[in-house]
Design a protein around this ligand. Structure first.
Ligand SMILES: [Zn+2]
Ligand SMILES: [Zn+2]
Length: 239
């Protein structure tokens, strides 16, 4: 018999307004993150990160869908946050946003870790990106709607591990009845199905929208701290 699916993903990750607040709800306490500087000792940096994570168990990130891109003098992006507020993201780094110029496209999603709200001279609210903030920016080539669909699908899948993403039959039951293991969706490699009919049904039932962005949600869920730490560990090993 199929298990009852845990389908309430309404509070997880992108849906969580503490982790991903609207511009007006960004909490200043979470906008600092220890930065690894050249010459810092790796162990003491890790300690600082751990202390910080204990103190502020939250990760905070701005997320908005890109509505306008201007790169006349510098890259300036207008994005709409979860509450519908329009904010300006202006790149004041030494490359004037050149790193993100290709990636910033209307309809895609821009994210900024530990965002520091800024009020510009012209009255716009948003973020002023300096050299030190450049790595905190991510552009994801999906609409916010697709990311939310993927967010919900991801937690439905991970909340019901080793079950078919459509009928929630357990891998053990499927193996017992058909002799087959669950097979993964070839594109996202995250959703698993007991057969082709279940895969088709789920595809038409929303996986079509979510599929492409599922790996991005997995990356966001695992967290940038982990990425950074992995990178730093690699650097430490090389050095
Ligand atoms: Zn199934
Ligand atoms: Zn898929």
């Amino acid at each position: 018999m199929a298990a009852t699916p845990q389908s309430d993903a309404s509070q997880f990750l992108l849906r969580d307004s503490t982790l991903f607040p609207s511009f007006d709800n960004i909490d200043d306490r979470y906008t600092y993150y220890p930065k690894f500087e050249y010459g810092d000792d790796f162990d003491s940096y890790n300690e600082e990160v751990e202390e910080w994570q204990e103190k502020y168990e939250y990760h905070t990130e701005f997320v908005g869908e890109i509505k306008e891109v201007d790169n006349l003098l510098r890259l300036v992006v207008k994005a709409v946050d979860r509450s519908g507020k329009r904010v300006m993201i202006a790149f004041y780094d030494s490359n004037r946003g050149g790193v993100y110029e290709e990636r910033c496209k209307v309809g895609h999603t821009i994210m900024i870790q530990y965002p520091k709200p800024h009020h510009f001279m012209d009255g716009s609210a948003g973020f002023r990106i300096e050299d030190e903030d450049i790595d905190a920016v991510t552009v994801i080539p999906h609409s916010y709607e697709r990311l939310l669909a993927a967010n919900d699908a991801y937690f439905k899948i991970t909340g019901n591990p080793d079950t078919c993403a459509n009928c929630f039959a357990s891998a053990a039951d499927v193996k017992c009845k058909t002799g087959n293991a669950l097979s993964s969706c070839a594109r996202c490699k995250i959703a698993k199905y007991c057969n082709r009919e279940c895969q088709m049904a789920d595809w038409n039932n929303g996986h079509k929208l979510a599929c492409r962005a599922l790996p991005d949600i997995e990356r966001i869920e695992k967290g940038p701290e982990q990425d950074n730490l992995n990178e730093l560990e690699e650097l430490a090993r090389e050095g």
